[in-house]
Design a protein around this ligand. Structure first.
Ligand code: AR6
Length: 178
């Protein structure tokens, strides 16, 4: 199956999506925050924070670009993959590479945990201020490239919350399908 046919685009709230794993745009502490992170912890309940605390005790948080996995608690999905996007700092601090790593490492962690369907938010494009157009291109290119090298992932859903991101992804994915 060709890579992009496994990619879907949805506008909405990622906490409502039913997949094997939804991805959280977390921070290095793994202890919660605002934006999509806040929404995921609120919707999933305390079981997620309990597992995050256990991970912190074990390995001391999560580095930028890396990913860890927990339960999804009360949400309809099975797991949450928490990844830490880069804070935008002008573009000369390996922000592109770190953002690509978030997508790659999340997909690999999904495979390692037998997750075949995964939903991503627009990592780093909120509080962390990564330019949305550049972030969308990195997300689509990285996922597409990853999918071309495996058949273990059946579906990747990009879940855009705001109109601007949705339109950017729509344009990129439509272009790829021509
Ligand atoms: N479903 C899907 N996407 C959402 C939702 C939702 N319910 N809520 C917001 N978004 P942000 P970051 C979108 O700020 O930039 C947290 O405090 C939002 O429109 O959540 O990676 C963490 O703890 C935006 O496009 O994450 C970190 O400290 C995207 O999610 C920090 O923010 C990401 O915005 C991470 O910053």
């Amino acid at each position: 199956m060709e890579g992009t046919s496994k990619i879907e685009l949805i506008q909405g709230d990622i906490t409502k999506i039913i997949v094997d794993a939804i991805v959280n745009a977390a921070n290095t502490s793994l202890l919660g925050g605002g934006g999509v992170d806040g929404a995921i912890h609120r919707a999933g309940g305390p079981a997620i924070l309990d597992e995050c605390r256990a991970i912190v005790a074990r390995q001391g948080g999560c580095k930028t670009g890396e990913a860890v996995i927990t339960t999804a608690g009360r949400m309809p999905s099975k797991h949450v993959i928490h990844t830490v996007g880069p804070v935008w700092n002008g573009g000369k601090h390996h922000e592109d590479e770190k953002l690509a790593n978030c997508y790659k490492n999340s997909l690999q962690l999904a495979i390692d945990n037998n997750c075949k369907t995964i939903a991503f938010p627009n990592i780093s494009t909120g509080v962390y201020r990564f330019p949305k157009d550049a972030a969308a291109k990195i997300a689509v290119d990285t996922v597409k490239y990853f999918l071309s090298g495996t058949d273990k992932i059946e579906k990747v859903i990009f879940v855009c919350f705001d109109d601007e991101n949705y339109q950017l992804y729509e344009r990129l994915l439509t272009t790829y399908r021509v």
